[in-house]
Ligand binder design. Structure first.
Ligand code: URP
Ligand code: ZN
Ligand code: ZN
Length: 462
């Protein structure tokens, strides 16, 4: 038994070459030319195709009680969709309510994945309250290989931490040698601006962006950076959407603050005019931070090509249009926030980045896979094609032409923000630790094959 991937062009962050890859069990054990195919092994002919390391989405929501409802996907639907789209590992946000016990919450989130995930996964542990028990509880969770926390500076009255909690979380993260990921928007400013807009009768989805303007996001980043500077913690800004926020992060980095930046496929390709669509269609495009003025898109693309921005994620947060987004028909502050895109991230980035000449193909691999593996302690098991790495491979057909549609996607959502968008390329086959999970756009694998990836702490990540 074993798997031989023949004649593909291997593209990783640091090399491009045509070669065969031999996988034994779950691991890549040999890379070379004209490798023999032992009797009975699986063979994938990758001629004319790229072979990428499995893609990693470092920011996903699957089980998410939020804004009076629950996100729609299950691990089964989300992981199948992820794999069909080339994502072999995802990191989900474990988001306890303030009143939840963190250990119980972590066990609950894990139980949603166990036996149901077809792809590998991990969690960022949400810290939504910090009391005298928190350090010990978080220590126990970190010991299970969950080496990053998540804090929200936004969502007042729900997930948001106060400054005391933020400081203590960062201090603890520094001590435990783990990363703090953060949603950066100033919660007070959002609440005040929302109230003012509603008082003026401005209730539609088009007012979501004005209620959280770029200055609110930049203020959030600036705030986190000050706390990071004074605690020495390693920070990671999730879903950065605009130039002002990027400038604040880069200014901090230039004075020695440890900060990595993530942006999303939605911010590269969609802009705030989508949330202005009539007949409440705009609600499909409500997320936080909001879609921005289109002028930010070139800044974000440039950030990816220059390396100022490390990762490209989805912040997949799936709420149906019918019955869920509609909860905010008379009040945009009640529209569940999120634009699902887990299935389409890689193909959209390949189409609009690589095929359209905006993103070098190796940079594409870096920001959609390798950098997340490095930042979050999974490299080189994940994010690499080398002897000893997990046999997570995406055999990618750049000549495929197709169209995105909710009617054909594997997600459990009734709409796609990218309905009718053409794609130029898709995975022809996807493997997870040596087992073929996808062929020609269809899931052919095993639900429950996915495992929680034990992640290293910062100093061990190298
Ligand atoms: O709109 C968003 N981003 N929804 C998911 C929750 C979050 O803030 O990440
Ligand atoms: Zn967020
Ligand atoms: Zn999120």
């Amino acid at each position: 038994m074993g798997l031989l991937v023949k004649n593909g062009e291997i593209v990783t962050a640091n090399e491009r070459r045509i070669a065969d890859i031999w996988c034994e069990g779950e691991t890549i054990t040999s890379i070379g030319e004209n490798l023999p195919a032992p009797e009975g092994c699986d063979v994938i002919d990758a001629s004319g195709k790229y072979v990428f390391p499995g893609f990693i989405d470092p920011h996903v929501h699957i089980y998410l009680p939020f804004m009076g409802t629950y996100a729609k996907d299950t691990y089964e639907s989300a992981s199948k969709a992820a794999l069909v789209g080339g994502t072999t590992t995802l990191i989900e946000m474990c988001c306890p309510a303030k009143s939840d016990d963190p250990i119980e919450a972590f066990e609950l989130w894990k139980s949603k994945a166990e036996g149901l995930s077809a792809c590998d996964y991990s969690f960022h542990m949400g810290v939504t309250r910090f009391d005298e028990n928190t350090p010990d509880q978080l220590r126990q969770i970190v010991e299970q290989g969950v080496t990053s926390f998540k804090v929200f500076l936004a969502y007042a009255g729900a997930f948001a931490v106060d400054d005391d909690e933020l400081f203590r979380t960062l201090q603890l993260a520094k001590e435990l040698d783990v990363v703090v990921t953060a949603h950066c928007e100033n919660a007070t400013l959002v609440s005040q601006l929302q109230a003012a807009l509603l008082a003026e009768g401005k209730t539609g989805p088009e007012y979501h962006e004005p209620s959280r303007p770029v200055s609110v996001e930049a203020a959030g980043v600036q705030h986190l950076m000050t706390f990071a500077e004074l605690t020495g913690a390693h920070t990671y800004i999730v879903h950065l959407s605009c130039e002002e926020a990027l400038r604040a992060a880069l200014a901090a980095r230039s004075r020695g603050v440890n900060v990595s930046v993530e942006t999303l496929i939605q911010y590269l390709l969609l802009d705030k005019t989508y949330a202005e669509k009539g007949d409440f269609e705009g609600a499909k495009f409500v997320m936080s931070p909001p879609l921005r003025d289109a002028k930010n898109q070139s800044v974000l693309w440039n950030g990816l090509t220059s390396g100022e921005i490390s990762t490209l994620a989805t912040d997949h947060a799936p709420f149906d249009f019918a019955g869920q987004k509609e909860m905010g028909r008379d009040d945009f502050t009640k529209i569940p926030n999120g634009i699902p895109s887990l299935e389409d991230r890689v193909n959209l980035l390949f189409t609009h980045g690589v095929q359209q000449g905006r993103l070098d193909i190796q940079k594409f691999v870096e920001c959609a896979s390798t950098n997340a593996a490095k930042i979050f302690g999974m490299f080189p098991a994940k994010g690499a094609i080398q002897v000893g790495s997990d046999a997570d491979l995406v055999i990618y057909d750049p000549d495929y032409r197709g169209t995105i549609s909710a009617s054909t996607h594997h997600l459990n959502i009734d709409y796609s923000a990218f309905e009718g968008w053409p794609i130029e390329g898709r995975p022809a086959a996807v493997t997870v630790r040596g087992e073929i999970q996808v062929r020609n756009g269809e899931f052919v694998g095993t639900v429950g094959r996915g495992q929680m990836v034990p992640r290293k702490r910062i100093s061990d990540a190298g």
